[in-house]
Write a protein that binds this ligand. Structure first.
Ligand SMILES: N[C@@H](CCC(=O)N[C@@H](CS)C(=O)NCC(=O)O)C(=O)O
Length: 139
């Protein structure tokens, strides 16, 4: 059976079009704009404690319990962004990945320093180093 050249051409163009959309939808959302990266760098630098979180995330809940209940921090001492509740949440998450290499939440910063996720924060607490970091940040 002979395949018609125009048909091959149409299929080829359609495939390129579909994949172009596919790649831009996958990879396009994987980069944050320079403006968002700069904004997130501001969140990190300008806040004593910055936590990027998601409301349904159990690791985030453990982090927030440690900071707000156990360590008795007040809401105004911490910039808490619940990424799943804000429009630019995904882009902030991408920016955090670009800045820290960490995509997961919680993503915790103390005194502008990247601490890591919940396990890193809990490890600091277990080693007895968290109180000093918090005291220094809030002094
Ligand atoms: N080991 C990490 C686990 C964090 C984690 O897996 N978080 C999930 C949400 S519960 C996550 O960020 N998933 C990817 C996403 O939500 O985009 C920690 O201790 O923080």
């Amino acid at each position: 059976m002979e395949i018609s050249k125009p048909l091959v051409l149409v299929v080829l163009i359609a495939t390129v079009f579909v994949f172009r959309r596919f790649f831009s939808s996958v990879f396009g959302s994987m980069t944050a704009s320079p403006e968002t990266v700069q904004k997130v760098q501001g969140f990190i630098k300008d806040n004593k404690i910055f936590v990027a979180s998601k409301t349904y995330c159990p690791y985030c809940q453990a982090t927030l319990k440690l900071l707000f209940e156990d360590k008795k921090l007040s809401k105004d001492q911490v910039l808490l962004l619940q990424l799943d509740t804000i429009k630019e949440g995904s882009e902030i998450q991408e920016a955090l990945q670009e800045i820290t290499g960490q995509r997961t939440v919680p993503n915790v910063f103390i005194s502008g320093k990247h601490i890591g996720g919940n396990s890193d924060l809990q490890a600091l607490e277990s080693s007895g180093k968290l109180d000093a970091l918090l005291q220094k940040a809030l002094a």
